[in-house]
Design a protein around this ligand. Structure first.
Ligand code: PRP
Ligand code: URA
Length: 213
């Protein structure tokens, strides 16, 4: 785990994550392998993201006697930003199977690069839960910032953002708009190109997940 100059950013540099990310970046990786790797990385990231979550003590009865056990203090809501965020959901749900899932549909307008909302559905009790917002790509930060604003408008105060690849431009945007939200990423890349794609990046995540390029 690496802390950076950005106070809200954690880079999860586990060797398994880094080697799988290298395969994801490879232009020759097909959609099937891309989806598998993305979910595997998401699972591996969960370990660090949840490391400091509060737990409540509970009593558990083993076949031999009663003892002290633990459960997460707060219910978890996973919120993928459609489409690409869906590519990480399975890997996280494997480890947190009783989490609820809300959806926020956004796409980046090709000309303005503004995030455009087309679908939202969040669980009714979301304000009482810990929210994990998920999108593999943090580029300009427009999509993530808009999603965070929407989630906060529902009364949520406890949010973490998880991505796979981020650039300084996006981190600065989230730090300015939502300074209290911790960001977890597997990689901090160099910069955006003239079309706001991440360099070196991995291309268009949604297209690579769903084969729509
Ligand atoms: C991609 C990606 C993020 C967004 C990041 O989505 O999945 O949501 O771009 O860019 P930003 O930080 O500049 O907002 P896209 O708009 O391509 O939609 P998709 O997931 O449906 O492919
Ligand atoms: N969205 C993507 O999918 N990839 C990028 O590099 C930037 C935005």
């Amino acid at each position: 785990m690496t802390k950076t100059d950005f106070p809200n950013l954690t880079i999860i540099k586990h060797p398994l994550i880094q080697t799988k990310l290298t395969m994801l970046r490879d232009v020759n990786t097909d959609n099937y392998l891309f989806r598998s790797l993305l979910n595997e990385i998401a699972s591996l990231m969960v370990y660090e993201i949840f490391r400091d979550f509060d737990t409540d003590e509970i009593e558990v009865t083993t076949p031999l006697e009663k003892t002290v056990g633990y459960r997460l203090a707060k219910e978890i809501t996973l919120v993928p930003i459609l489409r690409a965020g869906l590519g990480m959901i399975g890997g996280i749900q494997n480890l947190i199977p009783r989490s609820r899932v809300g959806h926020i549909g956004l796409y980046r307008d090709k000309n303005s690069l503004e995030a455009v909302e087309y679908y939202t559905k969040l669980p009714p009790n979301i304000a009482d839960t810990k929210v994990i917002l998920i999108d593999p790509m943090l580029a300009t930060g427009g999509s993530t910032s808009k999603a965070l604003t929407f989630i906060k408008s529902k009364g949520v105060t406890d949010i973490r953002f998880v991505c796979l690849v981020a650039v300084p431009e996006g981190i600065k945007r989230i730090t300015a708009d939502h300074p209290e939200v911790p960001i977890f990423t597997a990689a901090l890349d160099r910069k955006l190109n003239d079309h706001a794609y991440i360099l070196p990046g991995l291309g268009d995540a949604g297209d690579r997940i769903y084969g729509t390029e």
